[in-house]
Design a binder for this molecule. Structure first.
Ligand SMILES: C[S@@+](CC[C@H](N)C(=O)[O-])C[C@H]1O[C@@H](n2cnc3c(N)ncnc32)[C@H](O)[C@@H]1O
Length: 274
């Protein structure tokens, strides 16, 4: 299904029902980021996890600032004008298309998420775009790269460089081999000069190692906290740009950002496909 929503913006994919009695990762994440698109069940779950990892709200806010710095780098210095943001989340602060369009007004941005509420909110998200750019939202599961790529192909030219973004989503895939497969198949479909931008929570502290069990107890879709080396393996065969695979707060930090450069247990990097 494909529905045109407005100036250069599309919502693709069926819209399943939103559940209000089960916590959802996108809404818990929205709560931690200080957003309003969440329900009591999500706030209860968020508080339970934050009880074992009190820096969760800081990590969530820092992750958005990481995304902003990364997209600015990609649209500016790297000269990329196509973005495939997989596991996009609910709209909040500055979203990928807004950041990209400030620098590259013609940028084409495809958001992908498997949460029905995210898809519903896509309409609000999609109102802010430039006349010459394009923004689309696909309801799909990142574990099915063929479906994601087929949807993206309708909006992006996959013969030209694409920035593939997997920001805080791969923890929802428990099997590391499957994670590597998702990254490999997606990056195989885009040409040389494309980029991979990725971050996820890693087991660099005792408190973060306790998050996995605390998250599972909430009844939300389980989240796997990986070792740094396992996540870093996603960048094999790609040229990682400076400063490498680091705590997200330490990736090209800028003055005046939330939490400054306090290290958190979320690691990420940006890498170019040679
Ligand atoms: C932690 S949030 C991160 C949101 C956003 N990328 C950000 O950095 O703020 C994870 C998002 O991934 C989505 N997600 C989880 N599992 C997914 C899957 N298998 N396929 C697609 N999206 C998924 C969730 O619905 C949620 O919106």
């Amino acid at each position: 299904m494909s529905a045109l929503v407005g100036g250069g913006a599309q919502v693709l994919g069926a819209q399943p029902k939103v559940q209000f009695d089960v916590p959802h990762s996108a809404r818990i994440w929205n709560y931690w980021m200080g957003g309003k698109d969440n329900y009591p069940v999500d706030r209860l779950a968020g508080d339970a996890v934050a009880a074992v990892y009190p820096r969760m709200g800081l990590l969530a806010k820092q992750s958005r600032q990481f995304l902003i710095r990364v997209v600015r780098f990609l649209a500016g210095e790297a000269g990329v004008d196509q973005f495939l943001d997989i596991g996009a989340g609910l709209p909040i602060m500055q979203n990928t298309h807004e950041v990209a369009h400030e620098i590259a007004p013609r940028a084409r941005v495809v958001y992908v998420d498997n949460d029905p509420l995210v898809l519903t909110h896509a309409r609000a998200l999609l109102t802010h775009t430039t006349p010459e750019g394009a923004t689309a939202h696909i309801g799909a599961d990142c574990r099915d790269p063929d479906v994601v790529l087929a949807g993206a192909r309708g909006v992006l030219d996959l013969d030209r460089p694409v920035a593939v973004m997997l920001m805080g989503v791969l923890g929802y895939v428990s099997d590391t081999d499957q994670v590597r497969e998702i990254v490999a198949r997606t990056m195989d479909a885009v040409p040389s000069g494309s980029y991979l931008a990725l971050w996820d929570c890693v087991s660099t502290s005792k408190a973060m190692r306790a998050v996995e069990a605390a998250y599972a107890r909430t009844g939300a879709m389980p989240y796997t906290v990986r070792d740094v080396d396992l996540l870093a393996g996603c960048f094999d065969g790609l040229d990682v740009v400076d400063p490498g695979f680091v705590s997200i707060s330490q990736w090209r930090p800028e003055a005046g950002q939330v939490g400054g450069a306090i290290a958190v247990d979320g690691y990420g990097a940006v890498a170019r496909k040679p």
